[in-house]
Design a protein around this ligand. Structure first.
Ligand SMILES: O=C(O)CCC(=O)C(=O)O
Length: 257
């Protein structure tokens, strides 16, 4: 099986900026397959729940704590993801969780400024050696609330978080200080592009006031040695089986009911 590694420039970008975007990590047909499967997936629909932003607008998501044999698992277990994540984190990783993010047209709520380790800290992980990969399913632009990040903000370390709406939000005076010195980046993406981002990078997204949905699949990984000391919401180290590179195309729903 081929290995999929980032080049030295991409690794340096991740270390300096706290994120790196890999364009076209997945092909159009793979993304269309994911979108059409997710749209008709009864189990997904039933597990969707909402999170209010600070203005009360709801954004929806569905979370899975394991990478199984369903189509979402084929993405989470893809060597295109795992080789790069292990390269960035420097050791074996496992799935912390994955989530389908459904930012619906005209009504999809915002995600407020936060660091993922702002709340994963309370899930028992001793260090911030976790990262997320956001795979765009739809075109993601400013108008439909694409991801925004503060370049280099992972270097600040963990900031205090409090409740904002139903979400965990970073101390906004610190966020403002970061914005005074660091660049705000709008991560506009096409379907199949993937944003690899550090668990301490400050990020948010706007409400979706456009007529176009913004769905994405986010796979979050933890290192084996950072397995939580106490388990609250997400699992301890569980070995992750890589699938082959053609697993997404080969996957058939009837074989995995
Ligand atoms: O998808 C988004 O808009 C933001 C997601 C996010 O902030 C997160 O999953 O931590």
């Amino acid at each position: 099986m081929p290995h999929y590694l980032l080049n030295s420039l991409e690794v340096a970008q991740y270390q300096r900026d706290g994120f790196v975007i890999v364009r076209g990590l997945f092909e159009r047909d793979e993304m269309l397959k994911l979108l059409s499967h997710a749209k008709g997936d009864e189990a997904l629909t039933q597990s969707v729940y909402g999170r209010k932003d600070s203005s009360g607008q709801v954004t929806k998501l569905a979370l899975q704590n394991e990478a199984g044999d369903d189509l979402y698992g084929m993405f989470a277990r893809s060597p295109r993801m795992l080789d790069r994540v292990e390269q960035l984190l420097g050791e074996e990783v496992y799935l912390w969780h994955s989530k389908m993010m459904l930012k619906e047209p005209l009504v999809g709520g915002a995600w407020e400024w936060h660091q993922d380790y702002g709340y994963w800290y309370f899930d028992g992980c001793l260090t911030p050696d976790l990262l997320s990969v956001l795979i765009s399913i739809d075109h993601a632009h400013k108008a439909n609330g694409c991801l925004q990040v503060i370049r280099g903000s992972h270097l600040i370390g963990r900031i205090d978080h409090g409740k904002t709406g139903d979400q965990s939000g970073a101390d906004l005076s610190r966020v403002q200080q970061a914005l005074d010195r660091m660049e705000l980046v709008w991560c506009e993406c096409e379907p199949g592009d993937a944003i690899f981002f550090h668990s301490n990078v400050l990020h948010r997204s706007d409400q979706n006031t456009s007529p176009n949905a913004r769905w994405s699949l986010i796979c979050c990984y933890n290192t084996k040695s950072n397995s939580p000391l106490t388990v609250r919401k997400h699992p301890r180290y569980t070995p992750l089986d890589r699938v082959t590179d053609d697993a997404i195309r080969a996957w058939q729903p009837l074989h995995h009911s």
